[in-house]
Design a protein around this ligand. Structure first.
Ligand code: GLN
Length: 532
């Protein structure tokens, strides 16, 4: 392990949802732009062991890491901002920590000692920091503490970071507190009291931050210097360590806004490593702010239209595709339960994203059928491939074709449960998860788009295409163009009669980056562009 690893701990105050994750990732991006090796980690207070069984409506997207962990969507931000693949251990929930400790206790690993919050829980939390820094060979390891300061359920994480400087040296730890400063429209002023209170709560734990990030929902620069001096005076931080962050139009503006807001002074006192090269971010923001003449409309046939965070990586991948193609993007949410042909006709291209359960699936199958029959650009992601296969089999004459997930019987089950998945349907961490390779048919559109015949994508599924019924699927207009290297699993299909109809059993959206669109999303947008 590098002995000179530095650690940054990011806590939040006042309310959640003010962009602590984006701010943490932006600090990471800035340090990376200085040429440092940066890694990140989230500590989340909830007791679910991972995000796999959480309802997406409540929790947003389940982000899958290459090593097959089902995690929080914050890890997606980390990957997009750092361009670094996280691991399952880049997130530690209270559930995962306690499970590990209790398993160790049951295995007799404590030699008769009493197992306690301090030092055992806190010690394990600290071990995760060190292990992550070691795994990534980091110069700087950033740890985001989920929730807000003072939450009872997050206190073991806060206690762990309070103790940590004793182990690695205070000079190797930077504490950042992100809090919210509301604007009172009646009296026309910012109110710093809630932020002061949250900083007091932090001090009660024994932590005096080195940097305070004040998130403000309106950009009223005239008032801002007073906010900084007030927070500095009341909270015992240097004035140049208070960074004011008004709302950004796009999250990808935050790294540049943070530099402008003065993040470099406190960061450089902590780690001096030259100026950051922010060119990548400047170019990206130029793309985002450009006003292209042409806009493509992409319909997302989705189940959770009331929480679009469920599809965060998909929408980010679509945006990246549009920025790369130099077109504007309008995402049209098509509620799968009520989707009609008119909805499909109205857009220039369609994405059917991943999903579980029968609700809305007929709308997704109808979308695939419409695209097959009207040469409308289609990108199917996991369930989106299965919906396409069902649509094709029905067109190919197999009446009642369906997935076993939705009750299909033998002979009609064009999508069936993988044998090793039987009986595990409602359990956590048991799907076919993470990176798996696929071999693409040379000469296929998919291979052309990827520019290679060997690809690796992340997965999260239990069901698979039933190759015994391939004849009907092919008769309905689809061709298998990618399989697992042993040929047992279908990974990619396309419709040779259509200009762009590609579906994958994987989730390519997780590997898209804002400044490097995933080829399948870029391909969809390019094809949709020709439809306008
Ligand atoms: N429900 C399907 C399966 O388990 C699709 C999963 C997904 O879209 N991620 O195979």
């Amino acid at each position: 392990m590098k002995t000179n690893t530095k650690y940054i701990f990011v806590t939040g105050g006042v309310i959640s949802g003010v962009g602590k994750g984006i701010m943490s990732a932006s600090i990471g991006a800035i340090l990376k732009a200085k040429g440092l090796k940066v890694s990140m980690q989230k500590c989340d207070p909830y007791f679910n062991v991972d995000a796999g069984l959480l309802n997406p409506r409540e929790h947003g997207e389940c982000f899958v890491t290459y090593d097959g962990a089902e995690t929080d969507l914050d890890l997606g931000h980390y990957e997009r901002f750092l361009d670094e693949e996280m691991t399952g251990d880049s997130i530690w929930t209270s559930g995962k920590l306690y499970k590990r400790l209790i398993d160790d206790e049951r295995a007799g690993k404590f030699g008769g000692r009493t197992v306690q919050l301090v030092p055992h829980v806190t010690g394990l939390v600290q071990q995760t920091f060190v292990d992550n820094a070691k795994h990534f060979k980091s110069d700087v390891h950033i740890v985001e503490i989920g929730g807000t300061i003072g939450d009872l359920e997050g206190s073991h994480f806060v206690e762990a970071i309070r103790e940590f400087p004793n182990k690695v040296g205070r000079e190797n730890c930077l504490f950042v507190h992100v809090c919210y400063v509301p604007w009172l429209s009646t009296s026309h002023e910012f109110k710093t009291k809630p932020a002061q209170n949250s900083l007091r709560d932090l001090r009660e734990f024994g932590i005096i931050p080195d940097m305070v990030v004040a998130r403000m929902d309106v950009d009223r620069v005239i008032q801002a210097p007073q906010v900084a001096s007030k927070l500095a005076t009341f909270c015992g931080v240097a004035q140049d360590a208070v960074v004011l962050m008004p709302d950004a139009k796009s999250v990808y503006e935050v790294p540049l806004n943070a530099v402008q807001g003065g993040v470099l002074a406190p960061l450089e006192r902590f780690i001096d490593h030259g100026d950051p090269d922010m060119k990548q971010w400047e170019e990206l923001v130029e793309h985002i702010e450009a006003k292209p003449e042409q806009t493509v409309k992409i319909g997302l046939v989705a189940k959770y239209v009331d929480n679009t965070d469920t599809y965060l990586s998909v929408t980010e991948a679509l945006k990246a595709g549009a920025w790369q193609a130099g077109v504007g993007l309008e995402i049209v949410w098509i509620y799968a339960d009520e989707a009609t042909e008119a909805d499909f006709a109205d857009v220039d291209g369609i994405v059917v994203p991943g999903g579980f359960g029968v609700r809305g699936v007929e709308g997704k199958i109808a979308a695939a059928q419409y695209c097959l029959e009207h040469d409308k650009p289609y990108l199917g992601l996991c369930l989106g491939l299965q919906a396409a296969v069902i649509a094709a089999a029905r067109r190919g004459g197999l009446k009642g074709a369906n997935s076993e997930e939705f009750g299909a019987k033998a002979g009609k089950n064009v999508v069936y449960i993988m044998p090793d998945q039987k009986g595990k349907e409602s359990t956590g961490g048991t799907m076919r998860l993470g990176d798996y390779p696929a071999k693409l048919s040379a000469g296929s559109l998919t291979a052309k788009i990827y520019g290679t015949t060997e690809v690796i994508e992340r997965h999260r599924h239990r069901y698979e295409v039933n190759q015994a019924l391939l004849a009907q699927i092919e008769k309905g207009g689809l061709k298998v163009v990618g399989k697992s290297p042993d040929g047992k699993l279908v990974e990619f299909v396309e419709a040779p009669e259509c200009s762009f109809f590609v579906a994958t059993q994987a989730h390519p959206e997780f590997k898209s980056r804002p400044y490097r669109a995933h080829p399948l999303f870029a391909g969809l947008i390019e094809s949709a562009k020709r439809q306008v």
